[in-house]
Design a protein around this ligand. Structure first.
Ligand code: PMP
Length: 425
Protein backbone atom coordinates (compact mmCIF):
# COMPACT_ATOMS: atom_id res chain seq x y z
CA UNK A 1 0.00 0.00 0.00
CA UNK A 2 2.02 2.97 -1.31
CA UNK A 3 0.69 5.56 1.12
CA UNK A 4 2.22 4.32 4.33
CA UNK A 5 5.37 6.40 4.24
CA UNK A 6 3.37 9.60 3.64
CA UNK A 7 0.64 9.44 6.26
CA UNK A 8 0.21 8.96 9.99
CA UNK A 9 -2.92 6.83 9.40
CA UNK A 10 -2.83 3.06 9.21
CA UNK A 11 -4.61 2.99 5.88
CA UNK A 12 -4.51 -0.79 5.44
CA UNK A 13 -6.40 -1.39 8.66
CA UNK A 14 -8.79 1.50 7.93
CA UNK A 15 -9.60 -0.07 4.56
CA UNK A 16 -10.48 -3.34 6.27
CA UNK A 17 -13.27 -1.48 8.11
CA UNK A 18 -15.04 -0.47 4.87
CA UNK A 19 -16.86 -3.40 3.25
CA UNK A 20 -17.58 -1.52 0.02
CA UNK A 21 -13.88 -1.12 -0.73
CA UNK A 22 -13.58 -4.84 -1.47
CA UNK A 23 -16.08 -4.75 -4.31
CA UNK A 24 -15.26 -4.67 -7.98
CA UNK A 25 -16.83 -2.56 -10.70
CA UNK A 26 -17.27 -2.82 -14.42
CA UNK A 27 -20.28 -5.10 -14.69
CA UNK A 28 -23.78 -4.13 -15.87
CA UNK A 29 -25.32 -1.30 -13.89
CA UNK A 30 -28.96 -2.38 -14.13
CA UNK A 31 -28.78 -3.89 -10.64
CA UNK A 32 -26.69 -2.58 -7.76
CA UNK A 33 -23.62 -4.45 -6.57
CA UNK A 34 -20.76 -6.37 -8.14
CA UNK A 35 -21.60 -8.63 -11.08
CA UNK A 36 -19.87 -11.92 -11.92
CA UNK A 37 -18.25 -10.26 -14.93
CA UNK A 38 -16.92 -7.31 -12.98
CA UNK A 39 -13.22 -7.59 -12.44
CA UNK A 40 -11.82 -4.13 -11.75
CA UNK A 41 -11.13 -3.11 -8.16
CA UNK A 42 -12.99 -0.01 -7.08
CA UNK A 43 -10.87 3.14 -6.78
CA UNK A 44 -13.23 5.51 -5.05
CA UNK A 45 -12.11 9.12 -5.47
CA UNK A 46 -15.48 10.87 -5.21
CA UNK A 47 -15.41 11.52 -1.49
CA UNK A 48 -16.21 15.22 -1.71
CA UNK A 49 -19.60 14.15 -3.09
CA UNK A 50 -20.21 11.29 -0.64
CA UNK A 51 -17.88 9.25 1.52
CA UNK A 52 -18.14 5.54 2.32
CA UNK A 53 -19.19 4.12 5.70
CA UNK A 54 -17.24 1.79 7.98
CA UNK A 55 -18.87 -1.35 9.37
CA UNK A 56 -19.37 0.37 12.76
CA UNK A 57 -21.68 2.96 11.16
CA UNK A 58 -23.60 0.30 9.23
CA UNK A 59 -23.92 -1.76 12.44
CA UNK A 60 -25.12 1.23 14.47
CA UNK A 61 -27.90 1.89 11.95
CA UNK A 62 -28.99 -1.73 11.64
CA UNK A 63 -28.69 -2.14 15.43
CA UNK A 64 -31.29 0.58 15.85
CA UNK A 65 -33.69 -1.05 13.40
CA UNK A 66 -33.05 -4.50 14.85
CA UNK A 67 -33.50 -3.71 18.51
CA UNK A 68 -34.91 -0.28 19.46
CA UNK A 69 -36.69 1.21 16.44
CA UNK A 70 -39.26 3.69 17.78
CA UNK A 71 -40.17 7.33 17.50
CA UNK A 72 -38.36 9.75 19.80
CA UNK A 73 -39.69 12.15 22.44
CA UNK A 74 -43.22 10.75 22.15
CA UNK A 75 -43.61 7.42 23.86
CA UNK A 76 -43.22 6.50 27.49
CA UNK A 77 -42.42 2.94 26.45
CA UNK A 78 -38.95 1.49 26.72
CA UNK A 79 -38.10 1.41 23.01
CA UNK A 80 -39.00 5.05 22.59
CA UNK A 81 -36.92 5.99 25.60
CA UNK A 82 -33.93 4.06 24.28
CA UNK A 83 -34.29 5.69 20.86
CA UNK A 84 -34.67 9.15 22.47
CA UNK A 85 -31.53 8.68 24.56
CA UNK A 86 -29.56 7.56 21.51
CA UNK A 87 -30.88 10.47 19.44
CA UNK A 88 -29.94 12.97 22.14
CA UNK A 89 -26.54 11.34 22.62
CA UNK A 90 -25.88 11.89 18.90
CA UNK A 91 -26.39 15.63 19.44
CA UNK A 92 -23.94 15.54 22.34
CA UNK A 93 -21.34 13.65 20.28
CA UNK A 94 -21.57 16.13 17.40
CA UNK A 95 -21.43 19.07 19.81
CA UNK A 96 -18.23 17.76 21.35
CA UNK A 97 -16.76 16.91 17.91
CA UNK A 98 -16.96 20.59 16.85
CA UNK A 99 -16.34 22.12 20.29
CA UNK A 100 -19.89 23.47 20.67
CA UNK A 101 -21.23 24.52 24.06
CA UNK A 102 -23.78 21.68 24.11
CA UNK A 103 -26.63 19.90 22.35
CA UNK A 104 -28.77 23.05 22.36
CA UNK A 105 -26.49 24.45 19.66
CA UNK A 106 -26.68 21.39 17.39
CA UNK A 107 -29.68 21.08 15.07
CA UNK A 108 -30.11 18.01 12.90
CA UNK A 109 -31.35 18.73 9.38
CA UNK A 110 -31.42 16.71 6.17
CA UNK A 111 -28.09 17.99 4.81
CA UNK A 112 -25.91 21.09 4.45
CA UNK A 113 -28.38 22.50 1.94
CA UNK A 114 -31.24 22.39 4.43
CA UNK A 115 -29.04 23.91 7.13
CA UNK A 116 -28.29 26.83 4.80
CA UNK A 117 -31.97 27.27 3.96
CA UNK A 118 -32.89 27.18 7.63
CA UNK A 119 -30.87 30.33 8.18
CA UNK A 120 -31.34 32.00 4.78
CA UNK A 121 -35.09 31.57 4.87
CA UNK A 122 -35.73 31.30 8.60
CA UNK A 123 -33.62 34.33 9.50
CA UNK A 124 -32.91 36.12 6.19
CA UNK A 125 -36.44 36.35 4.80
CA UNK A 126 -37.72 37.83 8.05
CA UNK A 127 -34.83 40.15 8.76
CA UNK A 128 -33.26 41.46 5.57
CA UNK A 129 -34.43 44.54 3.69
CA UNK A 130 -33.37 46.83 0.84
CA UNK A 131 -30.79 48.61 3.01
CA UNK A 132 -28.94 45.39 3.81
CA UNK A 133 -26.25 43.45 2.03
CA UNK A 134 -25.29 39.79 2.16
CA UNK A 135 -21.66 39.04 1.30
CA UNK A 136 -20.71 35.62 -0.09
CA UNK A 137 -17.74 34.36 -2.08
CA UNK A 138 -17.50 33.74 -5.80
CA UNK A 139 -16.68 30.10 -5.02
CA UNK A 140 -19.87 29.26 -3.11
CA UNK A 141 -21.58 25.93 -3.71
CA UNK A 142 -25.12 26.30 -5.07
CA UNK A 143 -26.30 25.13 -1.62
CA UNK A 144 -25.29 28.52 -0.26
CA UNK A 145 -25.36 30.74 -3.33
CA UNK A 146 -28.94 29.96 -4.41
CA UNK A 147 -30.64 30.37 -1.00
CA UNK A 148 -28.94 33.75 -0.43
CA UNK A 149 -29.61 34.82 -4.02
CA UNK A 150 -33.31 34.04 -3.74
CA UNK A 151 -33.68 35.57 -0.27
CA UNK A 152 -31.96 38.74 -1.50
CA UNK A 153 -34.29 38.90 -4.51
CA UNK A 154 -37.32 38.64 -2.25
CA UNK A 155 -36.15 41.10 0.40
CA UNK A 156 -34.40 43.62 -1.86
CA UNK A 157 -31.08 43.07 -0.05
CA UNK A 158 -27.93 43.35 -2.15
CA UNK A 159 -25.88 40.20 -2.78
CA UNK A 160 -22.14 40.85 -3.03
CA UNK A 161 -19.43 38.41 -4.10
CA UNK A 162 -15.88 38.33 -2.79
CA UNK A 163 -13.81 37.50 -5.90
CA UNK A 164 -11.25 34.74 -6.21
CA UNK A 165 -7.78 35.76 -7.43
CA UNK A 166 -6.01 34.09 -10.35
CA UNK A 167 -3.93 32.21 -7.77
CA UNK A 168 -7.13 30.69 -6.37
CA UNK A 169 -7.25 32.69 -3.12
CA UNK A 170 -10.07 34.85 -1.82
CA UNK A 171 -9.40 38.52 -2.56
CA UNK A 172 -9.27 39.81 1.01
CA UNK A 173 -8.71 43.44 -0.04
CA UNK A 174 -12.02 43.24 -1.87
CA UNK A 175 -13.59 41.52 1.16
CA UNK A 176 -12.56 44.41 3.41
CA UNK A 177 -14.39 46.91 1.23
CA UNK A 178 -17.40 44.70 0.36
CA UNK A 179 -18.18 44.01 4.03
CA UNK A 180 -19.46 47.37 5.24
CA UNK A 181 -22.08 48.98 7.47
CA UNK A 182 -24.91 47.62 5.28
CA UNK A 183 -23.76 44.02 5.71
CA UNK A 184 -26.03 41.77 7.76
CA UNK A 185 -24.53 38.38 6.83
CA UNK A 186 -21.19 37.09 5.55
CA UNK A 187 -21.66 33.55 4.27
CA UNK A 188 -18.55 31.72 3.19
CA UNK A 189 -17.61 28.25 2.05
CA UNK A 190 -14.78 27.05 4.31
CA UNK A 191 -13.16 24.81 1.68
CA UNK A 192 -14.24 25.22 -1.93
CA UNK A 193 -15.47 21.90 -3.30
CA UNK A 194 -14.10 22.88 -6.73
CA UNK A 195 -10.92 24.87 -6.08
CA UNK A 196 -9.87 23.36 -2.78
CA UNK A 197 -9.28 26.94 -1.60
CA UNK A 198 -9.37 27.33 2.19
CA UNK A 199 -11.12 30.55 3.18
CA UNK A 200 -9.65 32.62 6.04
CA UNK A 201 -12.83 32.20 8.03
CA UNK A 202 -11.68 33.70 11.34
CA UNK A 203 -10.65 36.90 9.55
CA UNK A 204 -13.94 37.07 7.63
CA UNK A 205 -15.92 36.48 10.82
CA UNK A 206 -14.03 39.35 12.45
CA UNK A 207 -14.84 41.63 9.52
CA UNK A 208 -18.50 40.59 9.79
CA UNK A 209 -18.68 41.13 13.53
CA UNK A 210 -17.04 44.56 13.24
CA UNK A 211 -20.15 45.52 11.23
CA UNK A 212 -22.58 43.74 13.60
CA UNK A 213 -23.19 41.14 10.90
CA UNK A 214 -23.39 37.38 11.33
CA UNK A 215 -20.97 34.92 9.75
CA UNK A 216 -22.18 31.61 8.30
CA UNK A 217 -19.66 28.93 7.38
CA UNK A 218 -20.40 26.14 4.89
CA UNK A 219 -18.28 23.39 6.41
CA UNK A 220 -19.41 20.59 4.07
CA UNK A 221 -15.81 19.99 2.92
CA UNK A 222 -13.93 21.08 6.02
CA UNK A 223 -15.62 19.36 8.97
CA UNK A 224 -15.04 15.86 7.50
CA UNK A 225 -11.38 16.45 6.72
CA UNK A 226 -9.74 18.57 9.45
CA UNK A 227 -10.25 19.69 13.04
CA UNK A 228 -12.98 22.35 13.10
CA UNK A 229 -13.61 24.01 16.45
CA UNK A 230 -16.45 26.50 16.43
CA UNK A 231 -14.78 28.76 18.99
CA UNK A 232 -11.60 29.03 16.96
CA UNK A 233 -13.68 29.47 13.79
CA UNK A 234 -15.24 32.59 15.27
CA UNK A 235 -18.41 32.32 13.17
CA UNK A 236 -22.07 32.24 14.25
CA UNK A 237 -23.29 29.33 12.13
CA UNK A 238 -21.69 26.19 10.69
CA UNK A 239 -23.33 23.67 8.35
CA UNK A 240 -22.19 20.21 7.28
CA UNK A 241 -23.49 16.84 6.06
CA UNK A 242 -23.25 13.38 7.62
CA UNK A 243 -22.78 11.60 4.29
CA UNK A 244 -19.46 13.33 3.60
CA UNK A 245 -17.95 12.23 6.93
CA UNK A 246 -18.50 8.45 6.94
CA UNK A 247 -22.13 8.79 8.05
CA UNK A 248 -25.38 8.04 6.26
CA UNK A 249 -27.29 10.23 3.85
CA UNK A 250 -30.34 12.06 5.16
CA UNK A 251 -28.69 13.90 8.05
CA UNK A 252 -26.99 17.27 8.18
CA UNK A 253 -26.03 19.60 10.97
CA UNK A 254 -26.60 23.25 11.66
CA UNK A 255 -24.54 24.59 14.54
CA UNK A 256 -25.47 28.05 15.75
CA UNK A 257 -24.51 30.17 18.72
CA UNK A 258 -27.11 29.64 21.39
CA UNK A 259 -27.93 33.34 21.79
CA UNK A 260 -28.45 33.72 18.04
CA UNK A 261 -30.59 30.57 17.79
CA UNK A 262 -32.69 31.74 20.72
CA UNK A 263 -33.54 34.93 18.84
CA UNK A 264 -34.43 33.12 15.60
CA UNK A 265 -37.93 32.03 14.72
CA UNK A 266 -38.43 28.37 13.64
CA UNK A 267 -38.09 27.58 9.95
CA UNK A 268 -40.35 24.50 9.79
CA UNK A 269 -43.49 24.20 11.88
CA UNK A 270 -45.29 21.09 13.11
CA UNK A 271 -45.03 18.37 15.70
CA UNK A 272 -41.96 17.87 17.94
CA UNK A 273 -40.95 21.56 17.82
CA UNK A 274 -43.88 22.94 19.86
CA UNK A 275 -44.38 23.31 23.58
CA UNK A 276 -48.10 24.25 23.66
CA UNK A 277 -50.62 24.55 20.84
CA UNK A 278 -54.10 26.04 20.94
CA UNK A 279 -56.42 26.75 18.02
CA UNK A 280 -55.23 30.35 18.18
CA UNK A 281 -51.47 30.15 18.68
CA UNK A 282 -48.41 28.02 19.56
CA UNK A 283 -45.24 28.27 21.57
CA UNK A 284 -41.93 26.57 20.83
CA UNK A 285 -39.85 23.85 22.40
CA UNK A 286 -36.43 24.70 23.76
CA UNK A 287 -33.27 24.44 21.63
CA UNK A 288 -32.41 22.52 19.57
CA UNK A 289 -35.85 20.88 19.22
CA UNK A 290 -37.47 24.20 18.23
CA UNK A 291 -35.78 23.75 14.84
CA UNK A 292 -36.43 20.01 14.42
CA UNK A 293 -40.05 19.72 13.27
CA UNK A 294 -41.61 16.31 12.69
CA UNK A 295 -40.06 12.89 13.13
CA UNK A 296 -36.32 13.50 12.88
CA UNK A 297 -33.63 11.36 11.16
CA UNK A 298 -33.22 8.96 14.09
CA UNK A 299 -31.34 6.08 12.47
CA UNK A 300 -29.24 8.60 10.58
CA UNK A 301 -28.32 10.44 13.79
CA UNK A 302 -27.27 7.17 15.37
CA UNK A 303 -25.17 6.42 12.29
CA UNK A 304 -23.62 9.89 12.40
CA UNK A 305 -22.74 9.35 16.06
CA UNK A 306 -20.81 6.20 15.11
CA UNK A 307 -19.09 8.10 12.27
CA UNK A 308 -17.99 10.85 14.63
CA UNK A 309 -16.62 8.24 17.04
CA UNK A 310 -14.68 6.61 14.21
CA UNK A 311 -13.14 9.95 13.16
CA UNK A 312 -12.33 10.90 16.75
CA UNK A 313 -10.56 7.63 17.24
CA UNK A 314 -8.36 8.38 14.22
CA UNK A 315 -7.83 11.97 15.34
CA UNK A 316 -8.77 14.85 13.06
CA UNK A 317 -5.20 16.22 12.99
CA UNK A 318 -4.07 12.90 11.54
CA UNK A 319 -6.98 12.88 9.10
CA UNK A 320 -5.85 16.31 7.92
CA UNK A 321 -2.22 15.18 7.59
CA UNK A 322 -3.35 12.23 5.48
CA UNK A 323 -5.51 14.46 3.26
CA UNK A 324 -2.67 16.94 2.81
CA UNK A 325 -0.14 14.26 1.89
CA UNK A 326 -2.38 12.50 -0.60
CA UNK A 327 -3.60 15.72 -2.18
CA UNK A 328 -0.06 17.05 -2.62
CA UNK A 329 0.94 13.74 -4.20
CA UNK A 330 -2.03 13.81 -6.59
CA UNK A 331 -1.49 17.48 -7.45
CA UNK A 332 2.17 16.91 -8.30
CA UNK A 333 1.53 13.77 -10.33
CA UNK A 334 -1.23 15.43 -12.37
CA UNK A 335 0.70 18.70 -12.78
CA UNK A 336 3.84 16.83 -13.94
CA UNK A 337 2.18 15.69 -17.15
CA UNK A 338 2.07 19.24 -18.53
CA UNK A 339 -1.26 18.89 -20.38
CA UNK A 340 -3.57 19.07 -17.38
CA UNK A 341 -5.13 22.28 -16.08
CA UNK A 342 -5.62 22.16 -12.33
CA UNK A 343 -7.90 24.71 -10.69
CA UNK A 344 -7.31 26.40 -7.36
CA UNK A 345 -4.19 27.09 -5.34
CA UNK A 346 -0.99 25.16 -5.85
CA UNK A 347 1.05 23.95 -2.91
CA UNK A 348 -0.01 22.59 0.46
CA UNK A 349 -2.66 25.07 1.43
CA UNK A 350 -5.70 23.40 -0.11
CA UNK A 351 -8.45 20.97 0.82
CA UNK A 352 -8.38 17.28 -0.09
CA UNK A 353 -9.51 17.47 -3.69
CA UNK A 354 -8.15 18.30 -7.12
CA UNK A 355 -10.39 19.53 -9.96
CA UNK A 356 -8.79 19.42 -13.37
CA UNK A 357 -9.18 19.13 -17.14
CA UNK A 358 -7.10 17.14 -19.58
CA UNK A 359 -6.49 19.38 -22.58
CA UNK A 360 -8.79 18.56 -25.50
CA UNK A 361 -10.96 16.07 -23.58
CA UNK A 362 -14.35 16.90 -22.08
CA UNK A 363 -14.54 16.09 -18.37
CA UNK A 364 -17.50 13.77 -18.97
CA UNK A 365 -15.54 11.74 -21.54
CA UNK A 366 -12.56 11.68 -19.22
CA UNK A 367 -14.58 10.44 -16.25
CA UNK A 368 -16.21 7.75 -18.32
CA UNK A 369 -12.78 6.47 -19.40
CA UNK A 370 -11.68 6.59 -15.75
CA UNK A 371 -14.79 4.64 -14.83
CA UNK A 372 -13.78 1.90 -17.29
CA UNK A 373 -10.62 1.58 -15.20
CA UNK A 374 -12.66 1.40 -11.99
CA UNK A 375 -11.73 4.95 -10.96
CA UNK A 376 -14.72 6.92 -9.66
CA UNK A 377 -14.36 10.70 -9.91
CA UNK A 378 -16.88 13.51 -10.32
CA UNK A 379 -17.36 15.29 -13.63
CA UNK A 380 -19.43 18.38 -14.22
CA UNK A 381 -19.72 21.76 -12.54
CA UNK A 382 -19.77 20.36 -8.97
CA UNK A 383 -22.68 22.71 -8.12
CA UNK A 384 -20.49 25.73 -8.80
CA UNK A 385 -21.77 26.89 -12.18
CA UNK A 386 -20.91 30.59 -11.77
CA UNK A 387 -17.36 29.64 -10.76
CA UNK A 388 -17.03 27.42 -13.84
CA UNK A 389 -18.33 30.34 -15.94
CA UNK A 390 -15.66 32.57 -14.38
CA UNK A 391 -12.99 29.96 -15.14
CA UNK A 392 -14.43 29.79 -18.69
CA UNK A 393 -14.76 26.03 -18.64
CA UNK A 394 -17.94 24.00 -19.14
CA UNK A 395 -16.97 21.32 -16.65
CA UNK A 396 -14.10 19.73 -14.79
CA UNK A 397 -13.18 16.34 -13.41
CA UNK A 398 -12.62 16.19 -9.65
CA UNK A 399 -10.73 13.60 -7.63
CA UNK A 400 -11.31 13.87 -3.89
CA UNK A 401 -9.61 11.86 -1.18
CA UNK A 402 -10.45 10.44 2.19
CA UNK A 403 -8.96 8.37 4.98
CA UNK A 404 -8.98 5.07 3.07
CA UNK A 405 -7.36 6.30 -0.16
CA UNK A 406 -3.80 5.39 -1.10
CA UNK A 407 -1.05 6.67 -3.38
CA UNK A 408 -1.58 3.48 -5.40
CA UNK A 409 -5.08 4.72 -6.11
CA UNK A 410 -3.76 8.11 -7.17
CA UNK A 411 -1.38 6.24 -9.49
CA UNK A 412 -4.39 4.35 -10.89
CA UNK A 413 -6.08 7.70 -11.55
CA UNK A 414 -3.00 9.07 -13.32
CA UNK A 415 -2.65 5.87 -15.39
CA UNK A 416 -6.31 6.06 -16.43
CA UNK A 417 -5.86 9.71 -17.43
CA UNK A 418 -2.99 8.42 -19.57
CA UNK A 419 -5.41 6.04 -21.32
CA UNK A 420 -7.69 8.97 -22.12
CA UNK A 421 -4.71 10.94 -23.43
CA UNK A 422 -3.85 8.07 -25.80
CA UNK A 423 -7.44 7.66 -26.96
CA UNK A 424 -7.91 11.33 -27.77
CA UNK A 425 -4.41 11.91 -29.20
N1 PMP B 1 -21.38 22.91 0.25
C1 PMP B 1 -20.30 22.30 -0.23
C2 PMP B 1 -18.99 23.02 -0.19
C3 PMP B 1 -20.41 21.02 -0.78
O1 PMP B 1 -19.32 20.44 -1.28
C4 PMP B 1 -21.66 20.39 -0.80
C5 PMP B 1 -21.82 19.01 -1.40
N2 PMP B 1 -21.28 18.86 -2.67
C6 PMP B 1 -22.75 21.07 -0.26
C7 PMP B 1 -22.58 22.31 0.26
C8 PMP B 1 -24.12 20.46 -0.25
O2 PMP B 1 -24.16 19.35 0.55
P1 PMP B 1 -25.52 18.48 0.60
O3 PMP B 1 -25.77 18.04 -0.80
O4 PMP B 1 -25.19 17.36 1.51
O5 PMP B 1 -26.58 19.39 1.11
Amino acid sequence: MGIQSLTPLDVASIRADFPILTRTVGGPVDTPGPSPTAATPLVYLDNAATSQSPQSVIDAISGYYESYNANVHRGIHQLSMEASLAYEAAHDAVASFIGAAGREEVIFTKNTTESMNLVAQGWGLRTLGPDDSVVVTAMEHHASLVPWQQVCKRTGAELRYIPVTDAGALDMDAARSLIDASTAMVSVVHISNTLGTIAPVAELAELAHAQDAYCFVDGAQSVPTRPVDVDRLGADFLAFSGHKMLGPTGIGVLWGREAVLEEMEPYLYGGEMIRRVTYEDSTWEELPWKFEAGTPPIAEAIGLHAAVEYLEELGMERVRAHEDALTAYAYDRLADSGDIDIYGPSGQDRGGLVAFNLEGVHAHDLSSILDDAGVAVRAGDHCTQPLHDALEIPASARASFYIYNTTDEVDALVDAVGVARELFA
